[in-house]
Write a protein that binds this ligand. Structure first.
Ligand SMILES: [Zn+2]
Length: 519
């Protein structure tokens, strides 16, 4: 290539890094211009960045970025800089430039005589330098990770922004912890409230489907900034702007429900694991485990029990939930998805002021019932049941050892399916065998889950059923508790309302008491 056609750019940088001399821009420029002149290159642009570390990926170097963009569009064929450290100290970037020199004929020369990437020897030197630099970066992050892991193994609170409910030192902040407890308690209930409704409750909104007993809190980011400003003021520093008090979002509440720290688990996040695709899995993977695979417990007080935490994770992991994050699985009326259609025995849906079933099976029908009339009657019947003196006898006691055994058994059966799947993938068994194993194990799992639900119901509904005035407690309870209690005691079937009849006829709402197997 004729040297007269070479278009060169200069890259100059003043660094305040302690390891670097504060070499003046003018001197860098003179030396670089001399190189270009000596080689007969035309200088088409000069890029200058100031006082930024070349190692830190997060710090912006606008002119460097502009230079990279210009190189991509073919604006120049040569770069002259003072030394490679000044160009970049990120090994990845240096390797990119070496590749450009090798593959695309980029000339890269340093004025201090360190490297000339137009030669094989110069490129090799630069590669070694990049490799050494990469090693340093890796060692540095390994050192930092080791410190974080050690911290976590000792069960000390992780550094960084404090989560809702905990002070930076790990102490419990009671009024926030109460909100965390409520969020977990509500969400642990099967078919209970949606995440969006929890966020709304925390933000102080009210509607029939929003739990009323969740404490209303200002946005956490706002609280954090106010606290930081208090510390800044104590240090004689000016306050920073405080974010507006925005409503809580579902994603923030989800982060609370997923955080293992609330169950007392010590956590460690490998930054490399934090990719978009496996976000959902990483929460439980963050729980630090000892050599026996037992979770390491933090030195802070848990805000929720391990059982509640895992119940919440199970509900979050339900497949219906993962594909349907808006929370429309949660119901807004007592009977939707609960009462049955008296014609087809499928559950009815809420449709404006009515409950409705429209189906072609077993014959085309459209059932419509007034929601307020039906609910009023059902609630009257349930209240009457709650007022009976034998109520306490109907309640199962929560049997934790039995629950643990059920969970272990469920895991065992799931493991059998996973093993069969593995054997099938490795062509050890046939598809027929896999199907057989799967069906058999699923039968076991379903039975165990049903038993689990029956045991758990006592703790969900206990506060109402064990109350000294169950009827009053029922009336004051949130919607999903009411639904669970209705479901606990009876099956409701809606029959068509006789034509021409004006008044509500209770006979058209068939309420069958459930056989309480555990009584
Ligand atoms: Zn129907």
């Amino acid at each position: 290539m004729a040297s007269s056609s070479t278009r060169a750019v200069l890259y100059l940088r003043i660094s305040l890094d302690r390891e670097m001399d504060g070499l003046a821009i003018d001197r860098q420029r003179e030396a670089c211009e001399k190189i270009a002149r000596d080689r007969g290159w035309e200088v088409v642009d000069v890029y200058i960045d100031q006082s930024k570390s070349a190692t830190d990926k997060t710090k912006k170097r606008p002119d460097y970025d502009r230079m990279v963009a210009d190189f991509r569009t073919g604006k120049f064929d040569a770069i002259v800089c003072w030394d490679l450290d000044r160009l970049t100290r990120q090994p990845r970037q240096l390797e990119d430039w070496i590749d450009a020199a090798e593959d695309r004929g980029l000339h890269l020369v340093t004025a201090n005589g360190e490297a000339d990437l137009t030669t094989d020897g110069g490129r090799m030197y630069a590669r070694i330098k990049a490799a050494v630099a990469r090693g340093e970066v890796d060692r540095k992050s390994a050192r930092q990770s080791a410190a974080h892991i050690q911290r976590a193994k000792q069960g000390r609170a992780p550094k960084g922004t404090r989560p809702l409910g905990y002070a930076t030192n790990g102490d419990v902040i009671e009024h926030e912890a109460e909100a965390v407890r409520k969020l977990y308690a509500y969400f642990a209930i099967k078919d209970g409230v949606s995440i969006a409704a929890l966020a709304a409750g925390l933000s102080g909104k009210s509607a029939e489907h929003i739990p009323r007993s969740i404490p209303v809190l200002p946005a956490h980011r706002r609280t954090i900034m106010i606290e930081r400003n208090e510390r800044r003021r104590a240090d004689g520093l000016p306050a920073k702007p405080v974010p507006e008090n925005k409503p809580w979002t579902s994603s923030t509440v989800l982060g609370i429900l997923r955080n293992p720290r609330y169950a007392g688990y010590s956590v460690y996040t490998n930054r490399m694991d934090r990719t978009e695709s496996n976000k959902r899995r990483t929460w439980t993977a963050q729980i630090l485990r000892d050599e026996n695979n037992e979770p390491v417990m933090g030195q802070w007080s848990p805000i929720v029990t391990e059982e509640v935490w895992w119940a919440v994770q199970r509900r979050l992991d339900e497949p219906a939930r993962i594909t349907n994050r808006t929370g429309s699985t949660a119901r807004k009326h007592v009977g939707s998805g609960l009462y049955l259609c008296g014609i087809c025995d499928e559950t009815v849906k809420a449709h404006s002021q009515r409950y409705r079933c429209a189906s072609d099976e077993p014959y085309p029908h459209s059932l419509m019932r007034s929601r307020s009339q039906v609910d009023a009657w059902v609630l009257t019947v349930v209240r009457a049941r709650l007022a009976r003196p034998d109520l306490a006898d109907t309640l199962p006691t929560r049997d934790e050892p039995r629950l643990k055994r059920i969970d272990a058994q469920i895991d065992l059966h799931k493991g059998k399916i996973a093993r069969a799947q593995y054997d099938y993938d490795n062509e050890i068994i046939e598809g027929f065998d896999l199907k057989r194993v799967r069906e058999r194990e699923k039968t076991f799992i379903t039975a165990l889950e049903t038993e689990r639900d029956k045991l758990v119901i006592g703790s969900d509904l206990g506060p109402v059923l064990r109350s000294s005035d169950p009827v009053m407690a029922f009336d004051a309870a949130d919607l999903m508790i009411k639904r669970r209690i209705v479901d606990f005691f009876c099956t409701v079937r809606l029959h068509p309302h006789p034509r021409g009849k004006k008044n509500f006829d209770p006979a058209t709402v068939e309420i069958t008491p459930k056989a309480l197997a555990h009584v």
